[in-house]
Design a protein around this ligand. Sequence first.
Ligand code: COA
Length: 335
Amino acid sequence: MTMRRPFARLTGLGVAVPEQVVTNAWFEERLDTNDAWIVERTGIRERRHAGPDQSVTDLARIASMGALAQAGRSPLDLDSIVLGTATPDRLLPSTACDLQAVLGANHAAAFDVSAACPGFLYAMTVAEGLIASGQSERSLILGAEKLTCITDFEDRSTAILFGDGAGAAVLERTEPSGDRPRGILSTFIGSDGRLADLLYRPGGGAAHPISHAVVDDRSHFLKMQGREVFKAAVRSMADACDEAIQRAGITADQIDLLVPHQANIRIIEATAKHAGMPMDRVMVNVDRYGNTSSASIPIALDEALQQGRIGPDSLVLLVAFGAGFTWASAVIRWG
Ligand code: COA
């Protein structure tokens, strides 16, 4: 698929993570688990938990202010806000609208995207489309989560995995120029609803509204068949890498840094192996944040930038998978 890309480039990035660090030792005190098992099976050593007074909107606001400052823009410059989340503060209205209000981004159209862990990449794809079709000049895209609100802390197979956080980026219209135009070179999104029951939250929506029965059987919490999710994740991440690379018209050896969704070190290693990327060209911070769902890609991207692993003209491959099943990828030439 060839087209007149790039339409859009990222001009600012910001993140927010809660202060409270929760180590594996915290779980050892509460569940039948241990640090060695968690590190070996997941690569996670610690994660951040938001406090009861810290909402998804609070985290998203901090991340947004960082992204806007880096882009040199004010909230009033935004004409769209697209927010990926699996843990909206309220089911109505969208968290994007709550964020719009606290930012004072009064000229923006704001809405959430429900795509689980690839939520940030889905938001990027939607916003790029708004820009390409002439409906938006400048969009704020986010992945923002408080996974701990839907985590069952009595279930050792899921409790250890998740953390809270948010990431935001400003996406602005650009014109392709020169041999190496900077911006989004490709995006790819996909899903398979037949795999929904591998990872889902049965209660709390319209099918099973919150009730005493729902709370009593803990079905307002996330349920997961870990081993099956693992296999589907490895498959979909590999395919998504291939698609984004092919659509960008490049080859894997040209990629400077792979920034994968941070769910599990073994899934990351399998994805890197498939893409033919040595681990020194792969961003990993799952050890310190766990799985922050849609926030994981921007949090990892931001850290890679801080570490100087991405600079002007770097080719960056982003890839994620999650509940749905959903998957997504993108290639960006940075700067
Ligand atoms: N501590 C100790 N043992 C644990 C444990 C924990 N926290 N969680 C599960 N176990 C046990 C299981 O009960 C099982 O015991 P059994 O053999 O006596 O029944 C054993 O470990 C193996 O369980 P299994 O589920 O096969 O382990 P695994 O190697 O697949 O690892 C996950 C479990 C969850 C770490 C792994 O499947 C995974 O990461 N899957 C993908 C999850 C994911 O990324 N989800 C988010 C998608 S965005």
